[in-house]
Design a protein around this ligand. Structure first.
Ligand code: TXD
Length: 314
């Protein structure tokens, strides 16, 4: 069996970390693409220099040439610009939409059978744009956010309880932004409902901190945003697909009537395996959870409509 090929589009903070993780896990050969000359080559060579220590036999290449992405089995897209001072959300949308369009057109031509995982912000709009541009089946174009948001929620609960993070499971749904919906009712630690272990006020505070975690990291780092845990999250998704693990993960998937929503991408639990999104799971939401989810969908729709208008005008 030949080795799988993983293409990382964008070799910045998340892209570089993912190359290291993919090599350590021996998920496949890794091609890292970026428009910055020399940078993907430098990072790939740096990781290769550590290959004997890790004991990995995968190949790593950095490139500025899209041709090297040809035939990739998995593509993870982090290419984009961060918001700079004075830049509005619309300005960022405009710039990153342009980048996603170029990436998408290249993937359509060079990697028509790949699973595409989009990470670039604003996430739900960018993954929607990617599926529209490539025309790939929606089961093969997904966005990374829920894995990270759920992992953040779980890690904060574990800290509060003083227990292993490995034993805490949570579900965070909706769009990737302030309106995300951490579902307290579905959180467990060692199979025990979290509501039996922590009081409501503590849980509300942790849930709020989860939704603001991205901003908390930006505030601490001062330059750039979170990258270790986002890289771990995207690689977990790639691994579920490549190893047909059928993991239940929350990712941005295109809804076709689930949760009363159609035609937009939003964070929902899915079964991720060799066929991509093999199933979207519909969990029961009570009235207040559904209201929070609907509010989040409304925020996502605003951006999605922007993408629709934009793609008509180009
Ligand atoms: O949960 C989530 N989805 C996220 C998303 C969590 C954290 C960060 N999230 C977003 O991921 C973040 O807002 C950014 O939009 C992306 C990538 O984050 P990263 O921290 O890796 O950003 P960098 O270090 O700025 O890297 C982006 C790279 C950089 O090297 C640019 O040169 C490159 O993208 N870039 C391009 N590559 C290819 N093609 C084009 N056109 C291009 N333009 C810029």
């Amino acid at each position: 069996m030949s080795r799988k090929k993983i293409a990382l589009i964008g070799a910045g903070q998340i892209g570089g970390t993912m190359a290291l993780l993919a090599a350590q896990k021996e998920l496949g050969d890794v091609v890292t693409f970026d428009i910055a000359e020399g940078m993907p080559q430098g990072k790939s060579l740096d990781i290769l220099h550590g290959a004997p220590i890790v004991g990995t036999s995968v190949q790593l290449r950095g490139t500025n040439d899209y041709e090297e992405v040809r035939g990739a089995d998995v593509v993870i897209v982090t290419a984009g610009l961060p918001r700079k001072p004075g830049m509005s959300r619309d300005d960022l949308l405009d710039v990153n939409y342009g980048i996603i369009r170029t990436v998408g057109e290249n993937l359509k031509a060079l990697a028509p059978d790949a699973l595409v995982i989009v990470v670039t912000n604003p996430l739900d709009a960018m993954v929607y744009a990617m599926q529209k541009i490539t025309g790939f089946d929606a089961t093969r174009v997904i966005g990374m956010a829920g894995v990270l948001d759920s992992s953040r929620f779980s890690s904060l609960i574990a800290q509060e309880l003083g227990v292993s993070a490995a034993d805490v499971t949570t579900l965070v749904m909706g769009g990737h932004g302030d309106t995300m919906v951490p579902l307290i009712r579905y959180a467990t630690a060692g199979g025990i409902p979290i509501t039996q272990l922590l009081d409501k006020e503590r849980l509300e505070a942790i849930s709020q901190r989860t939704a603001q975690s991205g901003g908390e990291i930006v505030g601490l780092l001062k330059t750039g945003s979170a990258f270790y845990s986002p890289a771990l999250s995207a690689i977990k998704m790639a691994e579920a697909y490549l190893r047909d693990q059928k993991r239940i993960v929350t990712c941005a998937a295109k809804l076709k009537g689930e949760y009363g929503v159609s035609g937009v991408y939003a964070g929902v639990p899915v079964v991720l395996g060799a066929k991509g999104v093999e199933r979207i799971i519909e969990v029961e939401l009570d009235a207040s959870e559904q209201a929070a989810f609907d509010k989040s969908i409304a925020a996502v729709k605003e951006l999605t409509e922007w993408v629709d208008k934009k793609s008509v005008s180009v």
